[in-house]
Ligand binder design. Structure first.
Ligand code: PLV
Length: 353
């Protein structure tokens, strides 16, 4: 009888221990859930520094969960708006959807992601692996977005925009806050290189620079020909809508840039230099980055990398459009999940001159 009692006591002790462990894990999960993004590495690239004639620092957003910087803003937005919701619906060229699907899964909320038909199958698969419901609607992101807005209305879902929302910009701004913490008080970037799709990352970077007291750091905003709604707006002096997206950098493929990004381009409080590269230059940059840094990113990200590989940053300085750099060049390596060796080979064949 005593044995039996001891045995029972031991079992109770074990159960209590297990419960304590589980409780501490859920506390851990809750702490983790303060934000969904991670603090990414800031790496100095020797080969890019050599090319650019100045130290080049890479902010490795490709190493975020979900594969891109998008999780910063979308994680922040979902935390504010979606925790008690019936579900979220996000329109995306791919990466905003990946972030929304990941965050929703972590929050225990259903996610519906609407992507255009130009989205590679590998992204659709990755979204489904994140347990999201995927709907393919229209040819370009703008078509998919119309459907997402409709679903939000009819199904009572929280609409998660990929680039046009102050909460997204606030979340994205953390990328610069982290850089400031990594560089320390005595170093300030000479310029920041970013890719622009709908302009959400650009708005976040502007906000981050302002928060860090780095308003005087110029931004070089990169797009590809055929996905250049920001450049078109800057040239026209007003927000314009492109007829079509003809670039293969589909994740830069919004036909209209968000109003805030355009307003920043007109404002005297920040300097934004808008530049475009060809698809071929963006793809070459992706390949070179893979060879030299051993990291595979989307063409959307290749657009920013191409500014260094194609000698653009040097040219801008020669032309006097970019003042001599007073600090390292900071490249936001925005990443992207819509790429693997098969997709890279397809793009190479498609864009072969
Ligand atoms: N991609 C958005 C918009 O697509 C999306 O839905 O995923 N780099 C990568 C890898 C991206 O995926 C994006 C945006 C950008 C850069 C540009 O960011 P944005 O849209 O905030 O300027 C149509």
């Amino acid at each position: 009888m005593k044995f039996l009692l001891d045995d029972l006591k031991n079992k109770q002790l074990l159960t209590d221990n297990l419960q304590q462990k589980l409780d501490s894990y859920s506390v851990f999960e809750e702490t983790m859930a303060e934000h969904f993004h991670v603090n990414t590495p800031l790496l100095e690239s020797t080969s890019m520094s050599k090319l650019a004639g100045t130290p080049v620092y890479l902010k490795m957003e490709n190493s975020q969960p979900s594969g891109s910087f998008k999780i910063r803003g979308i994680g922040h937005l979902c935390q504010q708006l979606a925790s008690q919701s019936r579900g979220v619906v996000c329109s995306s060229g791919g990466n905003a959807g990946m972030a929304a699907a990941y965050v929703a899964r972590k929050m225990g909320v259903p996610a519906t992601i609407i992507v255009p038909s130009s989205t590679p199958q590998l992204v659709v698969q990755r979204l489904q692996d994140e347990t999201a419901t995927v709907k393919i609607v229209g040819k370009v992101w703008d078509d998919a977005n119309a459907e997402a807005l409709r679903l939000a209305e009819t199904e009572g879902l929280i609409y998660v925009p990929p680039f046009d929302h102050p909460l997204l910009w606030q979340g994205h701004a953390s990328v610069i806050t982290e850089v400031a913490a990594s560089l320390g008080p005595s170093v300030k970037p000479g310029a920041v290189l970013v890719s622009v799709g709908g302009g959400g990352l650009l708005c976040g970077v502007v906000q981050g620079l302002k928060d860090a007291g780095w308003n005087d750091v110029p931004i070089i905003a990169m797009e590809t020909v055929g996905a250049d709604c920001f450049n078109a707006a800057v040239k026209a002096g007003r927000v314009v809508t492109l007829d079509d997206i003809t670039s293969e950098a589909k994740c830069l493929g919004a036909k209209t840039v968000c109003k805030k990004a355009f307003e920043y381009s007109q404002s005297s409080e920040v300097t934004i230099i808008s530049e475009v590269v060809t698809d071929q230059q963006a793809l070459n940059a992706v390949q070179r980055f893979l060879d030299e840094e051993r990291v595979l990113v989307e063409m959307a990200c290749g657009a920013a990398l191409a500014a260094i590989y194609s000698g653009l940053t040097l040219r801008l300085q020669d032309e006097g459009r970019l003042s001599p750099l007073s600090g390292p060049l900071l490249v936001i390596v925005c990443g992207g999940s819509g790429i693997n060796m098969e997709q890279l080979t397809k793009l190479k064949h498609k864009l072969q001159p």
